[in-house]
Design a protein around this ligand. Structure first.
Ligand code: HEM
Length: 137
């Protein structure tokens, strides 16, 4: 990612952070609408899950400029996801729902540059998680 892209992601996340709970509702609503087959992987009560997801995205976004400091934690996260029943092909579905949510949350501020910066950031995290999962298998 370029420094400009990192800044676009970090600045736009600041606009979403205050509405994190709503963003999480929109995200999971969208995810289970486009991929209802993923719903059984998650617990009945999603409230803890919503908090954890937004927290982890926050940590990742904050540290994008020094991604090596969180690489170990992201690898661990990827390995844990194998145990949740998550497979490689699920990552693109989740990425799509994430970008869609950002589009809803940011409105006009979700420019093409912001979108591709987020796609890069998510792709980076997802590939570290998938690589760690594959090595663990
Ligand atoms: C960059 C991508 C992702 C991030 C940052 C992320 C983040 C998290 C976090 C922080 C947790 C809490 C538990 C833990 O720390 O181990 C979690 C759990 C979980 N995630 Fe993800 N996740 C990602 C991708 C995915 C994908 C692609 C799926 C596919 C459906 C998924 C499904 C789940 C499920 C099923 C749980 C466990 C819920 C439970 O049983 O409590 N995640 N995720």
């Amino acid at each position: 990612m370029t420094p400009e892209q990192i800044k676009l992601v970090q600045d736009s996340f600041k606009s979403v952070a205050p509405i994190a709970a709503t963003a999480a509702d929109i995200f999971y609503g969208r995810l289970f609408e486009v991929a209802p087959q993923l719903r059984p992987l998650f617990p009945q009560d999603m409230s803890e899950q919503k908090k954890k997801l937004m927290q982890m995205i926050g940590v990742a976004v904050t540290n994008l400029h020094q991604v090596e400091t969180i690489a170990g934690a992201v690898q661990d996260l990827g390995r844990r996801h194998v145990g949740y029943g998550v497979r490689d092909e699920h990552y693109d579905i989740v990425g799509g729902a994430l970008l869609w949510t950002l589009g809803k949350g940011l409105g006009d501020a979700f420019t093409a540059d912001v979108e591709s910066a987020w796609a890069e950031a998510y792709g980076l995290l997802a590939s570290v998680m998938k690589d760690a999962a594959a090595e663990a298998a």
